[in-house]
Design a protein around this ligand. Structure first.
Ligand code: PMP
Ligand code: GLN
Length: 385
């Protein structure tokens, strides 16, 4: 082991290892059922693998174009046109990325300068603020308050300043499972009108919306779309979180700035997987069926916990279920999550990890993107607590 005598002035002094990595490792160490980090424990369909393998065998193994293979960009353009009535030009307004995480980082790096402010909603997905701070920006926190986690547009308006460069939204929301409704987008349009604020809309759970609700994509709102980077991820939609492929939609003027950074950040994303996804996604039932697929899992998991002492909060979208545990324990959520993992054998995420000041409503997050047998085994343990 080498030891460095350099004085390092960390750009991210308060950042440690992400809570997802920490809890997944603890789950593995304890042999616990892992309902912490968000990933499916079931396979994607063979047709996706076959399409990808075919692309490899056909020799599609060299660099694709910087923005992504034409086949995939055109399939994405057709999907968003069909779903949101939005006309994004495949050549200039769609870029394939190495997952949503890279898309988010690159979008922030492309637009946020030192001293700029970026409004985020708390609880906030963990990658946004470190990305903002790495490029010298400052996160400004709007609240999604327990227990319904609705935005307070009066508060958001009060947080705007001449330095506000970007607002980041995420619906369906990780970790709370809440949604922005059409009225929320209308409010957002109103408060950003006549500003140069860029909107980053993280829509990775766009196809996982329950109880007949429609996903409110910023892409479907012409006034917002004109100032937005809309981000999605195939990892969530096709059960392939480890492939790390996503995409960004944006008006040409915004996209050209995004690509200036993207080309030196990752340049491009692996070719055969892009081609496999391009072929696979042409069957729209594969993404259109996702809401019903996860709604069954949500309902099954909720029924498993029905007679437990966990108090389930509403879940309108995403594959996360929040629960209060005040009937079980007085522990802070970080300690409760570790206790539950070690002693009961079910790993969860403490929601305070998504709050910059550690604010703790004593709520934990369960991921229900799991086989029924996994959810049933977890339910059995959780009912005993
Ligand atoms: N945004 C949100 C809200 C997420 O939940 C996730 C992944 N769980 C991401 C972004 C990152 O997606 P990817 O794995 O495609 O980088
Ligand atoms: N986004 C996933 C979650 O919320 C985890 C991604 C990661 O591990 N960075 O659980």
């Amino acid at each position: 082991m080498h030891q460095s005598s350099l004085t390092i002035d960390s750009k991210l002094p308060s950042v440690g290892t992400t809570i997802f990595t920490v809890m997944s490792k603890l789950a593995a160490d304890c042999g616990a059922i892992n309902l912490s980090q968000g990933f499916p424990d079931f396979q994607a369909e063979p047709a996706l693998f076959e399409a990808t393998l075919r692309a490899m065998r056909e020799g599609r193994n060299q660099y694709p174009p910087m923005a992504g293979v034409a086949e995939l960009r055109s399939a994405i353009a057709d999907k968003v046109a069909a779903l949101y009535g939005a006309a994004y030009d495949a050549d200039h307004e769609i870029t394939v990325t190495a997952g949503a995480t890279q898309a988010i980082f690159t979008a922030i790096a492309a637009f946020v300068r030192s001293g700029d402010e970026v409004i985020v909603f708390e609880p906030v997905y963990d990658s946004y603020v470190p990305a903002i701070e790495t490029v010298g920006g400052k996160a400004v926190y709007a609240a999604l308050r327990f227990p319904d986690y609705r935005p307070d547009w009066q508060q958001v308006r009060s947080l705007l300043s001449p330095r506000t460069r970007m607002i980041i939204i995420n619906s369906p929301h990780n970790p709370t499972g809440s949604l922005f409704d059409a009225e929320d987008l209308a409010m957002l349009a109103e408060i950003t009108r006549d500003t140069d604020i860029v909107l980053l809309s993280d829509e990775v759970y766009e196809h996982i919306v329950f109880d007949g609700a429609a996903h409110q994509s910023v892409a479907a709102h012409p006034q917002l779309a004109a100032r937005s980077m809309v981000i999605s991820s195939f990892g969530k939609t096709y059960h392939i979180t480890g492939w790390k492929i996503g995409y960004v939609l944006a008006a040409g003027e915004l996209m050209s700035e995004f690509r200036k950074v993207h080309q030196f950040n990752v340049f491009t994303v692996n070719t055969p997987c892009q081609l496999g996804i391009a072929e696979y996604m042409r069957d729209a039932s594969r993404h259109l069926g996702l809401a019903a697929f996860y709604e069954r899992k949500r309902d099954f998991f909720r029924s498993q916990l029905g007679t437990s002492r966990f108090e389930l909060l509403p879940c309108r979208g995403s594959y996360f279920q929040l629960a209060r545990y005040s009937a079980i324990s007085d522990l802070p959520d970080q300690e409760f999550a570790r206790w539950l993992t070690r002693e009961i054998g079910v790993a969860v995420i403490p929601v305070s990890a998504f709050n910059h000041d550690g604010h703790d409503d004593r709520v934990v997050r369960f991921c229900f993107a799991k086989q029924e047998a996994t959810l049933a085994a977890a339910g059995e343990r959780l009912r005993r607590v």
